[in-house]
Ligand binder design. Structure first.
Ligand SMILES: [Zn+2]
Length: 252
């Protein structure tokens, strides 16, 4: 005899529990536990000729992106590479994090985020460039506030040569002497942690909540995006000039 299937009765739709997010609590979380950050809005530099930004452009320093006026705010930043324990490690996720800010602000692609009270160390090989007046300099990816050391390659059979005579001006290290244009030096330095926004998974996130009169009301949730360490994202500075021009983006 064939088995007879019993059909499950539908749920009682009159008493469905309702889950509600409280935007105020999330806002409080961002305010209470967030880092102090500076966010600089990004926009592509109009010097860009189809594909390549001009290396003489004083607005973008050859990167093709300009960052405008800073806004100070709080942001919760969480690593999203932390669940790699039982997975293959992937360089794709390296230096990537999730950032959440209050809903009264907005984020856009390539906006720059600087964490105020942070210290990180970065080491990179940099090409020595020359200004019109003969000054020799290198451009670091991050503004360096303390250089640990600079070493120059001499030959394959000799130790690297320490460079001690230099001046640090934000992203630029100017050498007094002893380096040659077109050669590379390795620089290890301390800097503030900087990210750029690479994805906006939650630039709009509205939720319905029931107000005191049992009416549904839509409220905005904090804004969230995926950020990545600056040195993984834009092109290296391809810059041959001296100063960066400031392009304010404040309305007032
Ligand atoms: Zn430009």
């Amino acid at each position: 005899m064939a088995k007879i299937a019993s059909i499950a009765p539908p749920p009682n739709l009159n008493v469905i529990p309702r889950v509600e997010f409280l935007p105020g609590s999330f806002q409080q979380l961002v305010h209470d536990h967030g880092y102090n950050v500076d966010i600089e809005p990004a926009f592509p530099c109009p010097c860009k000729d189809r594909e390549v930004a001009q290396s003489i452009c004083l607005n973008c320093m050859g990167v093709g992106w300009v960052w405008g006026s800073k806004t100070q705010m709080k942001a919760v930043i969480q690593s999203i590479n932390k669940s790699t324990k039982y997975k293959d490690w992937s360089a794709e996720m390296l230096g990537t994090a999730n950032m959440t800010i209050e809903q009264r602000f907005q984020l856009a692609f390539m906006d720059k985020v600087t964490i105020a009270d942070s210290v990180s160390i970065f080491a990179e090989n940099l090409l020595v460039r020359e200004l019109g007046d003969g000054t020799l300099f290198v451009m670091t990816c991050y503004p360096a506030y303390e250089v640990e050391f600079i070493k120059m390659y001499v030959s394959a059979t000799q130790p690297l040569e320490d460079k001690k005579e230099y001046e640090v001006i934000n992203n630029k290290i100017v050498f007094q002497d002893g380096v040659v244009k077109g050669t590379s030096v390795t620089v290890r330095y301390k800097h503030k942690v900087q990210y750029v926004v690479i994805d906006l998974n939650h630039d709009i996130r509205n939720v319905y909540i029931l107000d005191d009169n049992s009416r549904e009301r839509q409220e905005a949730f904090p804004v969230s995006g995926v950020i990545r360490k600056l040195h993984y994202v834009p092109d290296a500075y391809n810059f041959s000039g001296t100063n960066i021009l400031y392009n304010p983006t404040n309305k007032n």
